[in-house]
Write a protein that binds this ligand. Structure first.
Ligand code: KIV
Length: 261
């Protein structure tokens, strides 16, 4: 079954949780899709996890387009969401539309995601037929403005602002909203206040969906945030495999006759 934005709404309506993982390439997209992960996010976290930058600010649209192509070509069922990078949508609703049209045409993604309560941009994209996922709470593209990697909505005033941001994102027409680094109680309250699904990362168990950066989820990154969970230790497994391969080559144990013509 193809997952649509309407599927996520229906899952929320019926009280069923769903999962999202980031993906930037063919293999992980095929694997996560086959495992039934409902949403694949071509996250701008590719900046840190693939391109070795220190933040998500540096990655460009040109750099991200090939990741989007690979994921959209490889997913059979999952909803593929392309994360608009910093600098590709902030200037105006027209800039957001121009770049989102490029994303939809060139990658085959099904939706775009953008950070912050950008009502004008969201409305313009939705009116033009492009589904939009919002992102509130800690928004990594604003890490410097937010004074670092900090939990958002911690006091009454900040919580009120976050609630208003989420309502603005919903009212502008977004089909879902990511809540990042938000106290669990607040994320659960926002989830019950919104009609659209919330997708949490560091936002507790009360959101409608969860999202993890796949390199954290797989234990590949080596340094995951405390709110993440590694379901395997891929870094250790790959290190071990690479060490054994190197040893076998050095000792003449690989290749054998079996691997030769
Ligand atoms: O780019 C990304 O990986 C994200 C998630 C943290 C939601 O935006």
């Amino acid at each position: 079954m193809k997952i649509r934005t309407s599927t996520l709404l229906e899952l929320k309506r019926t009280g069923k949780k769903f999962s999202c993982l980031t993906s930037y390439d063919q293999q992980t997209a095929e694997i996560f899709d086959a495992a039934g992960i409902e949403v694949l996010l071509v996250g701008d976290s590719a900046s840190n996890t693939v391109l070795a930058n220190d933040d998500t600010i540096s990655v460009t649209l040109d750099e991200m387009i090939p990741f989007g192509k690979a994921v959209a070509r490889s997913a059979r069922s999952a909803l593929v969401v392309f994360d608009l990078p910093f600098g590709s949508y902030e200037e105006s609703a027209d800039q957001a539309l121009k770049n989102s049209i490029r994303v939809m045409k060139e990658t085959g993604a099904h939706a775009v995601k953008l950070e912050g309560p950008k009502s004008e941009q969201i409305r313009h994209l939705v009116d033009s037929g492009i589904p939009v996922m919002g992102h509130a709470g800690f928004t990594p593209q604003s890490v410097h403005a937010l004074g670092g990697y900090k939990i958002q909505g911690k006091n009454d005033e900040a919580a009120k602002r976050l609630r208003e941001d989420c309502l603005a994102i919903e009212e502008a027409g977004a089909f879902a909203v990511v809540l990042e680094m938000v106290p669990a109680d607040l994320a659960a309250e926002i989830t019950s206040e919104l009609t659209i699904p919330t997708i949490g990362i560091g936002a507790g168990a009360g959101t409608d969906g969860q999202v993890l950066v796949w390199t954290d989820f797989a234990g590949l990154s080596g340094r995951s945030p405390s709110f993440s969970k590694s379901y395997l230790n891929l870094r250790e497994l790959l290190t071990d495999a690479a060490t054994r391969y190197r040893t076998e080559v050095a000792e003449g144990a690989f290749p054998t006759k079996d691997q030769s013509f």
